[in-house]
Design a protein around this ligand. Structure first.
Ligand SMILES: NC(=O)c1ccc[n+]([C@@H]2O[C@H](COP(=O)([O-])OP(=O)(O)OC[C@H]3O[C@@H](n4cnc5c(N)ncnc54)[C@H](O)[C@@H]3O)[C@@H](O)[C@H]2O)c1
Length: 358
């Protein structure tokens, strides 16, 4: 087993969860340095995790530290330039926050750059490590709901916040069978000016290569699965996302903020259920640990590797292509993908904030 040196950029809430993930796996990782444009944030995170090497410039940090792994947790506006810096300084792996990119050409450029440089890439869709998520996955793998026929994925938060999470989890529950096509509809321009720009509500129908069908609903009009008051931008809002997996003999649901429920072959008409709530302090260390095992060759794929992450991103963006062009979009996209989908949503959708009044 190898031990890998690590440097992190972006010392906001998510950067801290990544730092926790690396330090809780100190037998596999040596977190050496942190960096933020905001010196105060960088100092605070360094102090919390007892790190002495603190930077305000990623290029300088990577040049001095020469880490094996570069992890960054910045807002979506900063992706490709940081990937390029990691490559320039010869890292073995890059771990970045979701979403992979804002537009398709950037996602493709990230994939190509990492492939050309033989660098491993993971994207933090780590909720799949949660206990409730693993319970549902185990029920499916044990055949408890029979053959999977349909997956309904929902999130109350908009597409670039939680859409790549739930698309990724559809792929994961469906054993990575690729999406064959999507048909999407998008409405609402309120969130196009957010740090995570997206239409306010997107609904899509899709078919996977193994014949399983999917429905994805993301944003202002998605159904609630977290009971009780759920005000906009409250923790309940952020955790009100769910995957319901239907099979020939039952169904199972996991909700980010409301555990899991299932009717199965052996539950004899009773609803099975268990607790579970979004817990990055539990999920992140498991996600991070798998990176060391993947680099060591102990596991063939990382559950959040670039293959699943890119395909999920491509499928999410294909929903916009379908909505804007009024057509079914086949995957994988085999041409130069458009780089103006977010701008087109702003120009072509009726101006309306679908979250207003919620
Ligand atoms: N995986 C999850 O479950 C999950 C949950 C919430 C948020 N996120 C994602 O995490 C990301 C970060 O979220 P956050 O809330 O921590 O954001 P944040 O804005 O609070 O923190 C980002 C930090 O990055 C720093 N930064 C930006 N550019 C930089 C650069 N070039 N060099 C160094 N530092 C730089 C900023 O100064 C800031 O301190 C977002 O993409 C968000 O979507 C993921």
């Amino acid at each position: 087993m190898s031990r890998y040196s690590v440097a992190i950029a972006g010392c906001g809430p998510r950067g801290a969860y990544h730092a926790e993930g690396f330090t809780k796996n100190a037998d596999r990782f040596d977190l050496r340095a942190v960096c933020d444009l905001n010196a105060e944030r960088a100092r605070a995170m360094a102090e919390r995790f007892s790190i002495t090497n603190v930077y305000d410039d990623v290029d300088r940090m990577l040049a001095s530290e020469k880490p094996d792994i570069f992890c960054f947790a910045t807002l979506p506006e900063v992706r490709l330039p940081l990937v390029e810096l990691g490559i320039k300084h010869g890292v073995k792996a890059i771990a970045l926050e979701k979403p992979l990119a804002t537009e398709l050409p950037e996602a493709l450029a990230i994939m190509k750059a990492c492939k050309d440089a033989d660098i491993r890439l993971i994207v933090s869709h780590q909720q799949k490590y949660g206990k409730a998520w693993r319970t549902v996955k185990d029920l499916i793998e044990a055949g408890e709901i029979g053959e999977v026929t349909k997956i309904h994925a929902t999130a109350r938060a908009w597409l670039s916040q939680l859409g790549t999470h739930i698309m990724d989890y559809m792929l994961w529950f469906n054993d990575r069978s690729p999406v064959k096509w999507v048909v999407g509809q998008a409405i609402g321009t309120g969130m196009l000016s957010d740090s995570h720009p997206a239409a306010d509500y997107v609904i899509g129908s899709l078919e996977f290569a193994n014949g399983v069908r999917g429905i994805i609903e993301c944003g202002a009009h998605a159904p609630h699965f977290v009971p009780g008051d759920n005000p906009l931008l409250d923790i309940k809002f952020w955790t009100d996302s769910a995957l319901t997996i239907h099979g020939t003999h039952g169904y199972a649901r996991v909700t980010t903020g409301n555990g899991w429920q299932a009717f199965t072959r052996s539950s004899k008409g009773e609803m099975l259920s268990g607790d579970g709530f979004f817990d990055p302090s539990y999920e992140q260390p498991l996600y991070i640990r798998d990176l060391a095992d993947w680099l060591d060759g102990q596991i063939e794929n990382h559950p959040c590797d670039s293959e699943i992450s890119y395909h999920g991103f491509e499928a999410v963006m294909a929903l916009y292509m379908s909505a804007l062009d009024h057509r079914r979009v086949a995957l994988p996209l085999e041409f130069d993908p458009p780089g103006d989908l977010i701008a087109r949503l702003g120009k072509e959708l009726p101006q309306n904030n679908e979250y207003a009044g919620q």
